[in-house]
Every structure is written in C-alpha cells, then in structure tokens.
Design a protein around this ligand. Structure first.
Ligand code: PTJ
Length: 244
C-alpha cells in the first residue's frame, strides 16, 4: 500500500506498512501484526506523542545502561521490524549487547533478524553460540546466550508478552521495558517502564545515552532512580483524560 505524507494518518499507516513488509521478509510473526494493533490502540489513547512520564523513564533507562557492567537489549520480531537501525546505533553508542529472543520460536526467523542486524553493522547474540537456561519462561525462549542475557546485570526487554520480564527479575537482573500498554504484566514487573511507542522512544534513549556518558557516576546514580508506580499512574491518568 502506498501512503502519501498528506494523509492525516500518514505516520501510523507507514508504521503498519513497515511491519507488513517486515512480516513478508520473515522478520515479524503473524502474532506480531496483532500485537502491533494492540499497541496502536494504546498509542491513540496517548495522543501519539511522548509524554513527560516517558521522558523520565527514558532518562532513568539511559543512566542504567551507562552504569551497567553488561547491559543487554532484547530484540524480537517487532523490535527488529520497527527499529532495527536505531537499536543497532544505540548498541554501538552505549555500548550494549543485543540478543535475539523470540516468543514464537523459529530458527529461520532468528537467523533473518541476526542477518538484518549484521547488515546494519551490529552484532547479535543468540542461544546457539553457547546456551544457558532462564527458568520461568515458557517454550524455547528460556534458552539464552551465556554471553548475552546469561551475563546481564541490566536488561531492556521491550514489547514482551509477560513472562520474560518476570523471569529476568527473578533471575536477579534489573529490568526495563518499553510498552504502550500501562496495564500489561511487563509494564508492572519491570523496574523501569517507558510507556511510549518504541519508534519514538529508541532514538530518545540513544540521545540520552550519548548525553549521560559525559556525567559522573554519582550523577548517574541519582538519574537512574525511577518512580515507576508514579509514571504508570500518570500514563493511566492521561489516557483516561483523553478518552473522556
Ligand atoms: O517476534 P516474537 O515471536 O518474539 O513475538 C513478539 C510479540 C510482540 C508478538 C510477542 O512478544 C507478543 O505476543 O507480545 P504481546 O503479548 O502482544 O505484547 C506486546 C506488547 O507490546 C503489548 O502490550 C502492546 O501494547 C505493546 N506494543 C505493541 N506495539 C508497540 C508496543 N509498545 C510500544 N511500541 C510499539 N510499537
């Protein structure tokens, strides 16, 4: 479908088109297309812009990335389909590790996503290089890389179905997520939740990381603290107000 910039829903329709094309290239699953529709509905309620509560979360996430010994960003089909370039750029700037971990398991899709990342100049871990097990996650997703998630002290796991963030926390890792749904399990389980569209959030995380790298450890420790309950409350409030 060709969408022209003068269409009133240009940005939203372009994202949809990007995801459909990524599905056709074997990156995004069918379930991923459904998940995107759910995200669109929440984004509509948010007014499709980045709120102050998301900016606060982005700054806290960026400070944690800079402070971490071994930060890891989890890439699934939707993340790769929507923001592969930005995520690779972030992984080089921070630096942080990327690990491909899929909800709907498929060796072929994992390989396609790894090739996409490598084509953009990035590197991605997969469990195939050396496997560890993450207890509490259903299916083959419990297989993680020893050098990626298996060594992580801070994990950014965006657009997750629910048990991943919970399991990472149980394994003792500090976690962050990006999720347009402030009611989701992941949004509540993560230490830091960015309620925003990942397409808007990742470029801002990259800017924040670049800026915060110049700050002292003491300053970073202050910025890294985050009032998650307050942020989720603000997200609920702004959605309800817009709905009214
Ligand atoms: O590629 P795979 O196999 O790993 O599958 C990935 C999906 C996303 C299909 C899988 O993790 C899944 O089923 O997720 P859920 O349970 O649908 O949850 C995804 C969450 O991401 C929902 O709360 C959505 O509202 C949210 N979401 C969807 N699109 C965006 C989003 N959040 C931020 N930005 C988006 N663009």
């Amino acid at each position: 479908m060709h969408v022209t910039p003068d269409h009133p829903r240009y940005v939203s329709l372009s994202l949809r088109e990007r995801l459909i094309q990524a599905h056709e290239r074997g990156i995004v699953s069918i379930a991923g297309l459904i998940a995107h529709g759910r995200g669109e509905a929440f984004d509509y309620l948010l007014g499709e812009y980045t709120h102050g509560f998301a900016i606060d979360a982005i700054e806290a996430m960026a400070a944690n990335i800079v402070l971490a010994r071994h930060p890891v960003f989890v890439v699934n089909g939707n993340v790769a389909g929507l923001v592969a370039e930005d995520v690779v750029a972030l992984s080089r700037d921070a630096p942080l590790h990327l690990e491909v971990n899929l909800f709907t398991p498929s060796a072929g899709r994992t390989r396609t996503i790894v090739e996409l990342i490598e084509g953009l100049g990035g590197v991605a871990h997969t469990p195939e290089e050396d496997t560890a097990t993450l207890p509490g996650v259903s299916s083959s997703r419990s297989s993680i890389s020893v050098f990626g998630l298996g060594s992580a002290d801070f994990v950014v796991a965006p657009l997750q179905d629910g048990d991943m963030v919970h399991a990472l926390k149980k394994a003792g890792m500090k976690t962050a997520t990006i999720d347009l749904n402030p009611l989701s399990r992941s949004a509540h389980d993560a230490d830091i939740t960015v309620v925003d569209n990942i397409t808007r959030a990742v470029p801002l995380i990259r800017d924040a990381v670049r800026f915060l790298k110049k700050r002292s450890r003491k300053e970073l420790e202050v910025i890294s603290r985050f009032d998650k309950e307050g942020a989720l409350h603000e997200a609920h409030r702004s959605m309800t107000e817009r709905y009214r």
